[in-house]
Design a protein around this ligand. Structure first.
Ligand code: DOR
Ligand code: ZN
Length: 462
C-alpha cells in the first residue's frame, strides 16, 4: 500500500454492510478507510489488535432530539452526542422541534453553530415547517430533508408547535409536491390529530394511572388514516417519504408500507428497538411511554427487522427530565412522551443479533447502511474503501448490564436500566479517531461535523 496509513485495525471479523463477514485488516488514512486486506498485510503508524472482536460501521440514528436551542434543560448537543459516541452511534440526525423550531435558513444556521461547537459525533439536521419557499434554502444549507408533523400538541409543554404541524390534506400534498421537485426527503410523523385527541379523551376518562393506555392511545386507527394519506400524496407527487417511528401506529401500518412499496411508492420506515413490553410499564409507568409493545406486536417487529420491512432502527431519542416524567405519576396524561435511547440502541440490537434474532450483517443494514442510504449519506454507514472511518469495535463474548447512572444523556434515566445484554462495545471511532472506549467518552475536543445529503439529481424547478 503506497499511501501513508495512520491506523490499522487488525484481525477483526469485519461486517461491511455489503458482503462477508470475513477476518481482515482495515487501514485508515486521513479519516477514511484506505484499504481492507488480508490479516497481517498492512502497517500503519498505529495498530489496534482486534483479534476476537467484531468490527461494525458506526451506527447512523435518523431520529434524535438534542433539544438545543430552547430546551437545553432536557438535553444538549454535548450530552446527547456523548451518549451517541458511547453507544456506537457516529452520526445523529437531529429533529427540528426545538424552540424556536427550525423552519428557515436563519434558524438552521443558528442550530448548526450550536452543534458544531459541541458535537462529539457527526450530525445532520432535519428542517421543518410549511413555508414552501424556504425549502430550497434549507436544502442548500444541507438539511437532511423535511420533517412533517401530522400531529399537534395535546398539552402546553408537548414538544411540538403550530409552526411545524400540518393542518390539512391539501397542505400535505403541496408540501410533498415541493419536496419532490427539490428531491428532498420527507420524514413524516403520521397521525390523525382529531382521532388521537378523541382516543386520549376516551381513555383518560377511564384511567389516570395506566401508562399502557397512553401508549395505546397513539396506536389508534387514525394513525393508519394519516399513513394512508401520506402514501397517497407520495404516490401522486412522486415524493420520497420516510415514516418516522412506524410503531407509533397500529401494527397493520407495516402491511400498508409493504403494499405501497410493492406498488412503487418511494417509502421507507424506521422503528426503535422493539425492546420494551407493556409488562415493563408495571415497573416504569410513564417512563416507558410511548414505545411499549404487546408481546405479539414486539415479535412481529423483530420479524420485520429481520425480514427487511423495517429499513432503519432510529431511536426517537426524546429526553425529558425525571421531574417532567414524574408529573405523570398521578396522571399519566400529564407527562410528555418519549424516552432517551441513542446510547442503548446498538447494545440492544447487538444483544438481539447475538441471541440469534438476525445476522450481524442485518444488524449493520438496519443500524448503519440502511439509514445512511435513506438520508443519502454515501460516505457513512459502511466499511468500504473511501468511506469515512466511522467504526465500532465490539466484543461478541462480552456482556453487560445497562446502568442509567453510567449513561450520558442529560436525562439521567433509561427505561432499559437493569437490562442484561450480550455483547459489549469496546471502542467507537469517528473518522479514524477514537472518541469513546468501554462506555467512556475520551477527553478530546468535540470533533463532530455536519453531514449533508449528496444531491441525487438536478432539481427540476427554481
Ligand atoms: O415521543 C415523542 N417525543 N414523539 C415525538 O414525535 C416527539 C418526541 C419529543 O420531541 O419529545
Ligand atoms: Zn421524534
Amino acid at each position: 500500500m503506497s499511501t501513508r496509513v495512520d491506523l490499522v485495525i487488525t484481525g477483526a471479523e469485519v461486517i461491511t454492510g455489503g458482503y462477508g463477514p470475513f477476518i481482515a485488516d482495515v487501514a485508515i488514512a486521513d479519516g477514511k478507510i484506505a484499504g481492507i486486506s488480508m490479516p497481517g498485510s498492512m502497517h500503519g503508524a498505529e495498530q489496534i489488535d482486534a483479534r476476537s472482536l467484531v468490527l461494525l460501521p458506526g451506527a447512523v440514528d435518523l431520529h434524535v432530539h438534542l433539544r438545543d436551542p430552547g430546551l437545553e434543560h432536557k438535553e444538549t448537543f454535548a450530552d446527547g452526542t456523548a451518549a451517541a459516541a458511547c453507544g456506537g452511534v457516529t452520526t445523529v440526525c437531529d429533529m427540528p422541534n426545538t424552540r424556536p423550531p427550525v423552519i428557515n435558513v436563519e434558524r438552521f444556521e443558528a442550530k448548526r453553530k450550536i452543534a458544531q461547537a459541541q458535537a462529539h459525533v457527526d450530525f445532520g439536521l432535519w428542517a421543518g415547517g410549511m413555508k414552501l419557499d424556504e425549502f430550497r434554502g434549507l436544502q442548500a444549507e444541507g438539511a437532511l430533508g423535511l420533517k412533517i408533523y401530522m400531529n399537534r400538541s395535546h398539552r402546553a409543554d408537548d414538544p411540538y408547535t403550530s409552526e411545524l404541524s400540518m393542518p390539512d390534506g391539501d397542505a400535505l400534498r403541496d408540501t410533498l409536491a415541493r419536496c419532490a421537485e427539490l428531491d428532498m426527503l420527507a420524514a413524516v410523523h403520521v397521525c390523525n390529530h382529531e382521532a388521537e385527541a378523541a382516543e386520549r379523551a376516551r381513555l383518560s376518562s377511564v384511567t389516570r394511572t395506566d401508562a399502557k393506555a397512553v401508549c395505546r392511545s397513539y396506536r389508534n386507527e387514525g394513525a393508519l388514516d394519516g399513513l394512508s394519506r401520506v402514501i397517497e400524496a407520495a404516490r401522486v407527487t412522486g415524493a420520497r417519504v420516510h415514516i418516522a417511528h412506524v410503531s407509533l401506529a397500529p401494527i397493520t401500518a407495516l402491511g400498508l408500507v409493504e403494499q405501497a412499496r410493492c406498488q412503487g411508492v418511494a417509502i421507507t420506515c424506521e422503528s426503535g428497538p422493539p425492546a420494551l413490553l407493556e409488562a415493563d410499564l408495571d415497573r416504569l409507568g410513564v417512563f416507558g411511554v410511548p414505545f411499549a409493545f404487546p408481546p405479539e406486536e414486539a415479535a412481529a417487529y423483530w420479524d420485520a427487522i429481520r425480514d427487511g420491512l423495517i429499513d432503519a432502527i432510529a431511536t426517537d431519542h426524546a429526553p425529558h427530565t425525571r421531574a417532567e416524567k414524574e408529573a405523570g405519576n398521578d396522571d399519566v396524561w400529564a407527562a410528555p412522551p418519549g424516552y432517551p435511547g441513542v446510547e442503548t440502541s446498538l447494545p440492544l440490537m447487538l444483544d438481539a443479533a447475538l441471541r440469534g434474532n438476525f445476522t450481524l450483517a442485518r444488524l449493520v443494514e438496519v443500524m448503519s447502511t440502511g439509514p445512511a442510504r435513506i438520508a443519502n449519506l454515501p460516505r457513512k454507514g459502511s466499511i468500504a474503501v473511501g468511506a469515512d472511518a466511522d467504526l465500532v469495535l465490539v466484543d461478541p463474548n462480552g456482556e453487560h448490564v445497562v446502568d442509567e447512572n453510567l449513561l450520558h444523556s442529560k436525562a439521567g434515566w433509561s427505561p432499559f436500566h437493569g437490562r442484561a445484554l450480550r455483547g459489549r462495545l469496546v471502542r467507537t471511532i469517528l473518522r479514524g479517531q477514537t472518541i469513546a472506549a468501554d462506555g467512556q467518552l475520551l477527553e478530546i475536543a468535540p470533533s463532530g461535523r455536519q453531514v449533508a445529503p449528496e444531491p441525487r439529481k438536478a432539481a427540476t424547478s427554481s
